[in-house]
Design a protein around this ligand. Structure first.
Ligand SMILES: NC(=O)c1ccc[n+]([C@@H]2O[C@H](COP(=O)([O-])OP(=O)(O)OC[C@H]3O[C@@H](n4cnc5c(N)ncnc54)[C@H](OP(=O)(O)O)[C@@H]3O)[C@@H](O)[C@H]2O)c1
Length: 335
């Protein structure tokens, strides 16, 4: 909401006007007002103006007359719910769906993509991997015909921050607390330190960019929680630091994948990816040494990924992705 507000004038110059007509989580329930909710209470986390209260996502989407849904509920690696139902309901009622939640991609990507195409709406998810860095839009729009053969990277900020924190002398608990303060830890930090978040991201990249419908259970997964603090510090001192690596490669017509802590030499660029930073090296058939790196992102970077999806969904045709680019007859968008 802050980024939308900060960019209100620029968006208007691109023909996009917006208002927030609904907001929901379990604590506040399903609040909507098709005329627009006050922004400040939403930013404070306490939407004071009552608006209309409905019981479920479908009633809420209808009452808010939403053109776009921003889905940012907590990750549920086991089945991707309830985010899948939220996105399905939005697309079925004719709204574009934008999500930062990886669960729906690993459990229902093909279904939701088909539904979006049938409804001529956009289903976009740039923030799900490496926050606002343009991985999916880059491959899908700007790298036609390039075959992704595999990738290797550091994709879980919390694990990387904990390893960096321990190397600098903090305890495991202090480092985890630092990740919580920065807002990068998953609500259940077990999803980070046991490798779930990284495994889900790996599976998402494989499904979307390598076109292979891998199941989450097929990604070999080992978290950083088994590593001892002394071993982590000693490894860095000896010049072979531990990093939690995500890897995928093609083999015998299949795609294999692994997430695990590994010691790597200092000559490897991944050894220098510190704290909340992340990096992924892509092995393609045509572009040698192609990598994307992100240094110390905050939550603004995640929000930017959702904002960029929003512009792609409802902006002028040059920026619009997939489906019908016009969100409303007069260019006014309700979210
Ligand atoms: N934080 C980041 O830097 C980052 C980066 C990339 C992607 N992501 C992804 O973005 C999503 C949100 O991240 P976050 O850090 O903001 O998570 P969070 O702190 O757990 O917030 C999730 C929000 O969703 C609501 N929620 C959870 N379950 C719900 C349900 N069943 N129905 C309705 N509302 C529900 C929560 O409120 P209630 O508990 O009141 O329901 C809360 O408002 C996650 O999927 C995460 O993986 C986050």
């Amino acid at each position: 909401v802050r980024l939308l507000e900060r960019n209100r004038r620029t968006l208007r110059e691109q023909g996009i006007r917006w208002r927030i007509t609904g907001v929901a989580n379990r604590r506040i329930g399903w609040i909507s007002d098709a005329n627009g909710l006050d922004l400040e209470p939403i930013l404070q986390g306490t939407p004071a103006r009552p608006g209309i209260r409905t019981q479920d996502i479908r009633g809420w989407l209808k009452a808010s007359a939403a053109d776009v849904l921003f889905e940012a509920s907590s990750l549920n690696p086991s089945d991707g719910q309830p985010a899948i139902d939220h996105i399905r309901a939005a697309l079925e009622t004719g709204a574009h769906a934008i999500t930062a939640n990886k669960g729906p991609l690993v459990h229902a990507y093909e279904e939701l993509r088909s539904l979006a195409a049938a409804k001529q709406r956009s289903f976009l998810f740039e923030s799900t991997v490496m926050d606002g860095m343009p991985i999916f839009s880059l491959f899908q729009r700007d790298l036609p015909l390039v075959c992704l053969k595999g990738f290797r990277g550091i994709l879980n900020s919390t694990s990387n921050l904990i390893l960096s924190g321990i190397e600098s002398g903090l305890s495991y608990e202090q480092s985890l607390e630092q990740a919580r303060q920065l807002g990068v830890a998953e609500t259940d930090p077990g999803h980070d330190v046991d490798g779930w978040d990284a495994a889900v991201k790996t599976a998402v990249l494989i499904r979307v960019l390598m076109g292979h419908a891998i199941e989450l259970g097929e990604v070999e997964r080992e978290g950083i929680s088994r590593l001892k603090e002394e071993a982590i510090r000693a490894a860095r001192t000896q010049g072979r630091p531990y990093k939690s690596l995500c890897q995928a490669w093609r083999e015998d017509g299949r795609v294999l994948a692994r997430v695990s802590p590994q010691q790597i030499p200092l000559s490897d660029p991944l050894a220098w990816v510190e704290g909340t930073s992340s990096m992924v090296e892509f092995e393609t058939d045509l572009l040698p040494g192609f990598a994307i790196r992100e240094d110390h992102p905050g939550v603004d970077a995640t929000a930017y990924g959702m904002l960029s999806d929003f512009v792609r969904a409802v902006g002028p045709p040059a920026q619009a992705a997939g489906g019908d680019a016009t969100a409303g007859g007069d260019g006014e968008v309700q979210s």
